[in-house]
Design a protein. Structure first.
Length: 260
């Protein structure tokens, strides 16, 4: 008697082309066992490829048919699906591309994959209320240094040295993408707006420093000003800090204002 666990393990090994599944273990149907097993194996790989392409349509177009097939084969072999939902199946795609040649020899490839995954996470993020700039009027100026800001769950900061976003935009517009190269901006801010539309915009050095402090480190307003003082004259820092903060409120990415 064959244990169910052994039977299932042998069958999944067959789907992953690591072992044969004895045809004697198959119930006979309208097609012979070998044909049926081949259909299952081909369908398994085809569904996973479809999932990867659904998550990374621009990456697929950028690589072209031959390299895309090569990527899918390598990725599926090293990262077989282990959960029922395919939502997270491609989670390791950017890391895989960054480690495996020839993809790793072109930095924009992994960065393009990372950008597409960030867009997915932005769209799927939890919803939450958004605060208006008028909420800041509730605080006296002596309270401002201690204020901390909670960001909408969809807010993401993507730092990239390549022009992957420019490549993505060209591919979305069905235009010829530019050659891989350096980015015009050091980072992109991504979020989902009140109409549930995914947005992104470039972030320059000063705002990147501010977002790293407030979004990633959850620093207070005083710390934000201290960080900006490394790039601006002290008398320019307060106005710049308020300008950046107002932009975040206008973008709709501030969820909460916290006091000590």
């Amino acid at each position: 008697m064959i244990r169910l666990e052994s039977l299932q393990g042998r069958f999944i090994d067959h789907l992953r082309r690591k072992a044969d599944f004895p045809s004697a273990w198959c119930a006979q149907g309208t097609v012979d066992s070998e044909t049926g097993l081949a259909i299952y194996a081909n369908a398994y790989t085809a569904r996973l490829r479809e999932a990867l392409e659904a998550d990374h349509p621009c990456l697929a177009r950028y690589l072209g048919d031959e390299l895309w097939s090569r990527f899918c084969a390598g990725y599926i072999e090293q990262h077989p699906s282990r959960v029922r939902s395919l939502r997270g199946f491609g989670a390791q795609v950017p890391h895989w591309l960054a480690r495996n040649p020839p993809f790793s020899q072109h930095l924009e490839v992994a960065a393009l994959a990372a950008f597409e995954r960030e867009l997915m996470d932005v769209f799927d993020a939890a919803d939450a209320p958004r605060m208006d700039w008028s909420a800041m009027q509730e605080f006296e100026h002596p309270d401002w240094p201690h204020l901390r800001f909670g960001f909408h769950p969809s807010t993401r900061l993507l730092v990239t040295e390549t022009n992957a976003v420019e490549i993505w935009r060209a591919l979305k517009d069905e235009s010829d993408p530019p050659p891989g190269g350096a980015s015009a901006a050091p980072a992109r801010l991504l979020w989902r707006d009140a109409e549930r539309i995914s947005r992104f915009r470039p972030v320059q050095a000063e705002e990147l420093l501010a977002l790293r402090a407030c979004l990633l480190e959850r620093a207070d307003f005083a710390t934000l000003c201290e960080r900006l003082a490394a790039l601006r004259a002290p008398d320019q820092v307060p106005a710049l800090a308020v300008e950046l903060l107002r932009q975040w409120f206008d973008d709709g990415i501030i969820q909460a204002i916290r006091t000590p």
